[in-house]
Design a binder for this molecule. Structure first.
Ligand code: 6PG
Length: 240
């Protein structure tokens, strides 16, 4: 595991994450004329999204395409929708064309939504053995060690070479039926960044560190790889 970049608090982490995304977009657009990013769900990224939406456009939005790492199987205007969170705090506030926002249609149900997104990704990234997917994947860490909607107990072998799959969250989760990118989809991405803030993440982050470098299936976040080094942005509270 590359050393985490530890920030004093969640606000400083959000600023650092926004700056990292701005740099990634600039590099990608200079390198190949476009920037593709998969947004993280949950609440941690909201502060970063708000920063990106404020002030002069730090990102060449017309050359940017936004995807999602995972989604709950609920309507896009539901309070628990990852799309709604991103739409309210960022996507509705920046000059992104509607056809540059690729929402996971969770309302179709887990299997139909996953199949739809799989086809969308394969068309967009022209699948093949050496194909690269996203320029950047943003990720969160759950208190149980999950990331995306890949939870402890997930049958990773069943995912095969898929890039998007139906998933199920634990019984205590707000929405159990999910759709998620797979480890394979992230492994093909140029870069992946974890945003981990708050004391409730400290146990999972500590367990994750003991699982590396090999990674353990019971801590799905420890299995994340990408084409470069995974970047870890944490705050002091998450470091325990
Ligand atoms: C989801 C997320 C999930 C999230 C973590 C952290 O849909 O729940 O994609 O993987 O990133 O649970 O969530 P918080 O940022 O809210 O702690």
């Amino acid at each position: 595991m590359t050393p985490a970049r530890v920030h004093p608090d969640a606000a400083a982490l959000a600023r650092a994450a926004a700056d990292l995304l701005i740099h990634a977009a600039d590099s990608a657009i200079r390198d190949h004329g476009s920037f593709t990013v998969a947004l993280a769900g949950g609440s941690t990224p909201k502060a970063m999204y708000t920063l990106l939406a404020a002030g002069p456009a730090p990102i060449d939005w017309p050359r940017t395409e936004v995807f999602f790492g995972d989604e709950r199987c609920i309507p896009p205007d539901h309070p628990d929708s990852n799309y709604r969170t991103a739409h309210e705090s960022l996507l509705s506030r920046v000059p992104l064309a509607a056809d540059h926002i690729h929402r996971i249609r969770g309302e179709l149900g887990p299997h139909a939504a996953a199949d739809h997104y799989e086809s969308l990704l394969r068309r967009r990234f022209a699948a093949g053995p050496g194909v690269t997917t996203f320029d950047l994947v943003l990720l969160g860490l759950g208190a149980d060690g999950h990331t995306l909607s890949l939870f402890p107990g997930h049958d990773f072998a069943a995912d095969g070479d898929r890039w998007c799959i139906p998933a199920v969250a634990p019984p205590a989760s707000p929405v159990r039926d999910r759709v998620s990118l797979t480890l394979e989809a992230v492994a093909r991405a140029r870069s992946a960044v974890f945003l981990i803030a708050g004391p409730d993440k400290a146990p999972a982050l500590a367990r994750l560190r003991t699982a590396l470098p090999a990674g353990r299936a019971e801590i799905p976040a420890s299995l994340i790889r990408c084409r470069s080094e995974v970047i870890w942005l944490t705050d002091r509270a998450a470091e325990g």
